[in-house]
Design a binder for this molecule. Structure first.
Ligand code: SF4
Length: 145
C-alpha cells in the first residue's frame, strides 16, 4: 500500500482491498474462534463457507446468513490473529465487515446493531480539533458519571 491514508475512510477501504486480495478463505480464523460453538447457525458450518460469506460483505454483495452471523458473534477474542497464514488481521476483517453490514460505509444496512451513522464525520471532526493529551483527559473526565 503506497503512502499513508488521508482519512479513516481511506484506511478502511484499504483494509477491505488488502483483505480481498490476500484472504484465501481457508477458514482457519473461524476454526480457532471460540464463539461459533455458541451459535446454533454456525456450529456445523464449514469455515471456508463462513469466511467466504464475510468476504461477500466486503465486496459489497448482499450478506448471507453464515457470514452475517460470524460478524455478529465476534467478541474480539483475537484468537484468530495468530492463526491466519496470510498475515491478515481477521478480527479487523470482521470489524470492517460489521461496518459494511450495519450500513456505516454507505450501503443499505443488512443487520441490526448499534453503529454511529456519522462515525467518519465525527472522527474527522475530533482529528481537526487537535486536542492535546490534557484536553482529551479533561474532556473524558467531564463525561464520567
Ligand atoms: S483471514 Fe486468514 S485465516 Fe481467515 S480465511 Fe482469510 S486467509 Fe484464512
Amino acid at each position: 500500500m503506497a503512502g499513508k491514508p488521508r482519512s479513516l475512510r481511506e484506511h478502511v477501504e484499504r483494509v477491505i482491498t488488502d483483505t480481498l486480495d490476500r484472504c484465501t478463505a481457508c477458514g482457519r480464523c473461524y476454526q480457532v474462534c471460540p464463539m461459533p460453538r455458541y451459535s446454533a447457525l454456525l456450529q456445523d458450518a464449514p469455515g471456508e463457507r463462513v469466511v467466504g460469506e464475510v468476504l461477500q460483505l466486503l465486496r459489497r454483495e448482499p450478506g448471507r446468513a453464515l457470514g452475517l452471523e460470524f460478524v455478529k458473534i465476534c467478541t474480539q477474542s483475537a484468537s484468530c490473529i495468530p492463526a491466519c497464514p496470510e498475515g491478515i488481521d481477521p478480527m479487523l476483517m470482521l470489524r470492517v465487515a460489521r461496518m459494511v453490514a450495519l450500513g456505516a460505509l454507505g450501503e443499505a444496512p443488512q443487520m441490526e446493531g448499534r453503529e454511529e451513522p456519522q462515525f467518519f464525520q465525527k472522527i474527522d471532526t475530533y482529528a481537526a480539533l487537535q486536542l492535546d493529551e490534557r484536553e482529551l483527559l479533561d474532556w473524558h473526565d467531564r463525561r464520567l458519571p
